[in-house]
Design a protein around this ligand. Structure first.
Ligand code: ADP
Length: 499
């Protein structure tokens, strides 16, 4: 079955052709065989009728003897004299032997009459007369043997129909040659073979034409599809005016190609506008810091030049300005960081994620110690093609958050794990912290989005998860959050493709 499945259309067509030919040959041989059997059955019926006729003659003479009209010898003689001249088909005759295989009547060789045929064999070495006698003793029937034709050295297959005549312990029979049956069968076989050669040629021609009109265009289309699947949208599609399934497939491939072209065009456009946006964010955040520095330094200058003249209220105002500019500076720096992802670290390499997590944990030593957090790593982490520095940042952000948003009721417990999936790896960072309400599970990945007050949980600008999302998506993966087991804590999951 698996061979069938991996067989191409050409192979299947060839197999169907060969099976059909074998079928025709087998059917024809069966037909020939049946024809031969029927011809032989015809012969047997004929010799049976003739044997029965002869038996009738013997019976009628015997009846005369029984009635006392003639002596027994006279009855036998009349029966034999009546049967002896009977011929048919220009050579057929009736013969009679007794149950000891002694010839009683042999019209073609009367000199052998009276001879004992018990040990005489036919051309195949069979005791054919014994066989005929034995058949007669079972009530009669057809006996097959081989025998020389008159005036010939060659033995031919023959069938005799034998019937017993009990009162005189005779058996009467007549036989007919079967060589013409086999000749006829051979002649038919010859004619059949003569027809088989053009039939094979016709089937081969049909196979060639069908295979050319189906499998060849299909193979061309497959080659085109493979190229299109690899993004080679300029690959020309073989022109066709066909209205059949091949025509439909060609049209579908054409549509696929046009969609692919439009998609590629759109991708390019998206990439270009993304690039533009990143450039814009980069330049804007650079340039925004300049006037901010002016505000900071002039508010300090103002504070210093006013010196003692500054009222407490005015000092507060200047403090607000300084805090505002500080926060804005941080926001701009964060924005700059986001816009830098994938910009300077486009290079991806085979990275042992274990090393990346170790470095992230190393960077967080102080926070880990202060919070009394336990970070559990699996014995090994996968090797993936990614940007090492960006992966360190992802782990660092996720572990830092797990510590930052821990539940005061229990020390933070963070465990990392990696699971192989169909197309790559699924990495998980699980904590036992305060958890995230499911309705916010999308929002937290947006830039500058926090769920808490500015100063709660150690503060923050809401940039960490946006950075994680951008890094993971740059690597062709996906990141999301789910509640931890029993609704306690959070489970951050991201995927990384294997190359
Ligand atoms: P930040 O930590 O600076 O606020 P993030 O982007 O890292 O920014 O996180 C966004 C928000 O998601 C956080 O303000 C917090 O409300 C929520 N959050 C992130 N990680 C966790 C966590 N492990 N457990 C609970 N809440 C979290």
């Amino acid at each position: 079955m698996s061979i069938m499945r991996s067989m191409g259309i050409r192979g299947r067509l060839a197999l169907a052709g060969i099976l059909e030919l074998i079928g025709v040959i087998v059917m024809s041989l069966i037909a020939l065989h049946t024809m031969r059997e029927e011809m032989i059955a015809d012969r047997v019926t004929k010799v049976k009728n003739l044997t029965e006729l002869s038996l009738g003659i013997i019976q009628s003479q015997y009846d005369r003897f029984q009635r006392g009209e003639v002596s027994e010898d006279q009855a036998k003689k009349t029966a034999l004299d009546t049967i002896r001249p009977l011929t048919y088909d220009g050579g057929g005759y009736v013969f009679i032997d007794d149950w000891d295989c002694k010839s009683i009547l042999l019209p073609i060789k009367p000199d052998l009459e009276g001879r004992d045929f018990t040990d005489v064999k036919d051309s195949k070495g069979d005791y054919f007369v014994r066989n005929q006698r034995d058949m007669a003793l079972t009530g009669g029937g057809a006996v097959y043997y081989s025998f020389y034709k008159p005036k010939s050295e060659i033995a031919y297959a023959k069938v005799a129909y034998v019937l017993p005549f009990k009162p005189w312990r005779w058996f009467v029979a007549t036989g007919v040659y079967l060589d013409d049956v086999d000749m006829e069968v051979r002649r038919m076989l010859g004619r059949f073979l003569e027809m088989l050669v053009p039939a094979v040629m016709l089937v081969s021609l049909l196979f060639f034409l069908i295979s050319r009109s189906i499998s060849l265009p299909l193979r061309q289309l497959i080659a085109v599809m493979v190229k299109l699947a690899h993004g080679e949208y300029d690959t020309p599609i073989p022109a066709t005016t066909r209205k059949d399934e091949i025509g439909d497939i060609t049209q579908a491939v054409q549509i696929f190609r046009e969609n692919g072209l439009a998609n590629a065009e759109m991708q390019k456009e998206i990439q270009r506008s993304n690039q533009e946006l990143e450039n814009f964010a980069y330049v804007a955040s650079h340039d925004l810091r300049e006037p901010l520095r002016t505000v900071t330094s002039f508010s300090s200058l103002l504070e210093r030049s006013l010196g003692d003249k500054l009222t407490a209220e005015q000092a507060d105002f200047i403090g607000y300005v300084r805090d505002g500019t500080k926060r804005m500076n941080q926001l701009i720096l964060d924005l700059l960081e986001v816009s830098r992802i994938g910009r300077n670290h486009e290079v991806k390499e085979g990275v042992d994620l274990h090393a990346a997590t170790e470095e992230a944990i190393g960077n967080l030593q102080v926070a880990i110690q202060e919070s009394g957090a336990t970070v559990m790593l699996p014995p090994s982490m996968p090797l993936v093609l990614c940007n090492y520095r960006e992966m360190v940042r992802v782990f660092q952000n996720l572990i830092a958050n797990a510590i930052k948003y821990s539940d005061p009721a229990r020390p933070p417990l963070i465990s990392l794990s990696a699971q192989k999936t169909d197309g790559g790896w699924q990495i998980e960072v699980l904590d036992n912290g305060i958890g995230i309400p499911p309705e916010h599970s999308e929002r937290i990945f947006q830039i500058f989005q926090r769920l808490h007050g500015r100063k709660d949980y150690g503060g923050g600008t809401g940039i960490g998860l946006a950075v994680c999302k951008k890094v993971i998506e740059h690597h062709g993966g996906r990141i999301w959050v789910e509640p931890g087991p029993d609704g306690i804590g959070s489970r951050f999951i991201f995927t990384l493709k294997t190359p």
